[in-house]
Write a new protein. Sequence first.
Length: 749
Amino acid sequence: MSTEAILKRMIRTATLLLALAALPLTATAGEWTHWRGPSQNGAADEQGLPSTWSSEGENLIWRADFAGRSTPVVFDGRVCATGRVGEGIDRQEVAACWDAETGDKLWEHRWTVFLTSVPFTRVSWGDPAGDAETGYLFVQAVNGEAYAFDRDGNIAWSWRLYEDLGRFSGYGGRTNSPIVDENRVIFHSISSMWGPHIAGGDRYIAFDKRTGEVLWLTNRNAPPAKDLNTYATPVVTVVNGERQLITGGADGWIRALNARTGEDIWKFHLSQRGLNSSPVVDGSTVYVSHSEENVDVGLMGRIVAIDATGRGDVTKSHEKWRVNEITAGYASPVLHGGVLYVPDNSANIIAYEAATGKELWHHNYGTVGKGSPVYADGKLYVTEVNGNVVIIEPGKEGAKTLDDEHLQMPDKTRYAEIYGSVAVGYGRLYFTTEEGIYCLGDPAKPFTKKVDASPATPDTKPTADAKPATLLVVPGVAVADAGQKLDFRVDLFDDLGRPLGSSEKAQWSLEGLPGKISDSGVVTFDTAAVKGTQVGVVRAKLGDLEAVSHLRIGGPLPWMEDFSDVAIDEAPAAWLGIGKGATVVELDGEPVLRQPKAARGAPRATMLIGPAAMHGYTIQGDLRGGKEGRRYTDVGLVNSGYTVELQGAHQRIKIGSWSSENRMAVQQDFAWDMDVWYTLKVRVDIEGEGDAAKAVIRAKAWKRGDDEPTDWTITAEDPHPIRHGSPGLYTFAPVDSYFDNIRVTASHS
């Protein structure tokens, strides 16, 4: 082992030992780093909060122009939120931070939305998460970009969850919110990857919060029921010494995972469809609600209390109590003082005795309940979709509304929508709406940035004689260029998932990819032997324990895929998005890729054939559409986030990036025949520098076998360029469509 490698290992081991000696997840009193607050139950210990307010000035400390759906986070003296910004071609998603005391904007970062059908009005549905230790702000965008922003708004690290890890992006726009736990930031998505992760399902991905390395990835292949849009956010607790990540999924199950290793602990089947409300936990009891059809009786909605001490499927064994026929499926409950406050879909709060499920009282606060209520200073602060901010005083036998403020859009034509919740921090209240971000509080009270760290999730350390029971290869997933070296390590955990440090004694192997791995876990690839995109694993063994890391590696250009090396009824192993049934078939005596017509649901499919970091390339392929009655296919190619499609029913060619918004779209007539092969070629260039840079997207199409046209058929420009992205294939397939002879070449060779 080289001196450099030994030094790296020593640093890693020392870092892990320091982490063991440190306190676990801590909450800073007066801050709100997670959308359900420091205790993850929607409650805060703040006092002296307003009982009334007015948008005209009463107890209004500051307001800033902003349009968002998210709940803000309050930490490090800042309040941060995600939202939408711009009009027409300038429509983008945005993250921003303000000075929590004054409302002065500290920074904002805008990014272009692409490869999604989420409409502009539903952008930024997911809530950000803050980390007081690093100062980082974590965000999952609607199209699957995962960002870690530093204190100054610079990108510390990022991932393209869609293009590199197969995240689905549905029309609904519901986006999961990340959470920070110890050294991890955990993202949730519904995805279809490669290898053992090919089946579409709920997956949780834990990243190192400082570096973005994948620490673990769940391998759950259960189909996601009928929902590809859910947004339940996990909570973390410790039960019997085991750190549990508890959350609801798109398949209707509540699951507990080991927060440090991603391993399954227990599961509870609650609903026939996906779950959106998040659980709250008190000790070893988990409370959760939903509004879909129940799994055992034909009733809609339920609240359950679950004993979290079980293992495996605890549906029939660990239910403590239930309440049927309450449709509480969007907002999440609040737990305080032995009372569970449950908001239903019709904006009623029902109070229950947490120990028994006995109903205490019922109080209406509006018509549409989406934002989750917050308990603080003896009051419930709750938002309602129709611009309503309500302050409620709960009692033992009932509740009364103290204040009810309706916010309108600037033109006074309608109420300003509110989907997020109130965040409590530094003795003030913060929330976002469609028309602004607000800070409420007593203007006579001085602003105090409290720092009173205390363990929010008490934990135990491993004993001195603890034995390894689980090992993880880190990074657990790697997506890279074949020219990169990848450095892996093994982390060890005891039977409760408590960290034991790293090991130098693992036996390493590289499988499925040309290259070699050293005794210290460093992988180098045989670059020339990597053809197109290939997948494989790094495997580590230590005694009877074994773990793998999943690799997706892009080889040097040019690439050529004519499907002659892919078995009939199979698909290229390294391509993402083939979960909608794309396979190789024989057509006219030649192997081609067929995207079959959609059996149900949206017929749109995108297959991504390389890493998202690619740029400066040209993609070309042969495409063939079809027609059945009045139904026509659209077929196209993807280059760096831009889609060029031949539209069958409209007989035109179109360049776009965001299917539900014609932000920069250009289209023109183009007559083409169904059941005939055409060749399409797409190139993207970034021209100019800095803020003056733009993307120029050029495409040409011609009947296969004819001479390639000299001129481009269509050209578009984007002043907000997408600078890199995966090459891919696109179909809108109510009828079968086909692809062949896919080529990816360097644009400037």
